[in-house]
Design a protein around this ligand. Structure first.
Ligand SMILES: C[S@@+](CC[C@H](N)C(=O)[O-])C[C@H]1O[C@@H](n2cnc3c(N)ncnc32)[C@H](O)[C@@H]1O
Length: 202
């Protein structure tokens, strides 16, 4: 099964409240985004899936929100949940490792997507695209599994990071500003440690 088929199957076969990464309130992501975009700039959530982040951003006055995901099923579910509010969001179904141009966004957010990129060439493409997309002074917020998190997620191998390893992936275009730890408890009760790094585009 290729990457796209994998994620389409995940979102077709599971309720979005039952997947391991489900959060009723994506407050760590939101707080980090709000910290760097007090003026409510444009935000892209890369691999947003069925996250509740877009409605939280809408609730707090953000109006330039884009959600990108490889899975059409995830995007369809998120749109259905948001109903009419979905019209205020731009939705993109694409594999981030194949996208060449996204335009410009003040803030790029990724929770639990980059860590699935086990091929260095995919990570290079991702980092170069982020550098093309986020203008100088803009921000990148990356949430990934830490070194003591599980080695697999959703049945796929992941790369795990500490702060310096993650910072190296985005250097020299981005400078790491802040490190935030987050303990996620899956709907099945399993602990997963995440590290979030907030970067500034230099
Ligand atoms: C673990 S889930 C996290 C979803 C969401 N960020 C959240 O925090 O709830 C990983 C997400 O990344 C998406 N994804 C995986 N690989 C991707 C890729 N290469 N391009 C775009 N999206 C991808 C999946 O469809 C899935 O929605």
């Amino acid at each position: 099964m290729n990457r796209k088929e994998h994620w389409e199957t995940v979102y077709t076969k599971n309720k979005d409240t039952e997947v391991g990464w489900y959060q009723a309130d994506p407050e760590t992501s939101f707080n980090l985004i709000e910290k760097v975009t007090p003026g409510r700039g444009s935000v892209i959530d890369v691999g947003g899936g069925t996250s509740r982040l877009p409605e939280k951003l809408l609730d707090h006055g953000y109006r330039e929100i884009t959600v990108l995901d490889i899975s059409a099923a995830a995007v369809a579910k998120a749109k259905a949940r948001l109903a009419q509010r979905a019209e205020h969001i731009q939705w993109i179904v694409s594999d981030i490792t194949e996208v060449e141009d996204l335009g410009a966004f003040d803030t790029w957010h990724d929770r639990a997507v980059f860590h699935f990129l086990t091929d260095p060439l995919d990570r290079k493409h991702y980092a170069e695209l982020a550098a093309r997309t986020v203008p100088r002074g803009g921000h990148l917020i990356m949430g990934v599994f830490t070194l003591d998190a599980p080695p697999r997620c959703s049945g796929l191998d992941v790369c795990r990071y500490d702060a310096s390893m993650l910072a190296a992936e985005f250097s020299p275009a981005f400078r790491s500003l802040e490190e935030t730890s987050h303990l996620h408890i899956t709907p099945g009760g399993k602990p997963q440690h995440y590290i979030y790094l907030t970067f500034e585009r230099l």
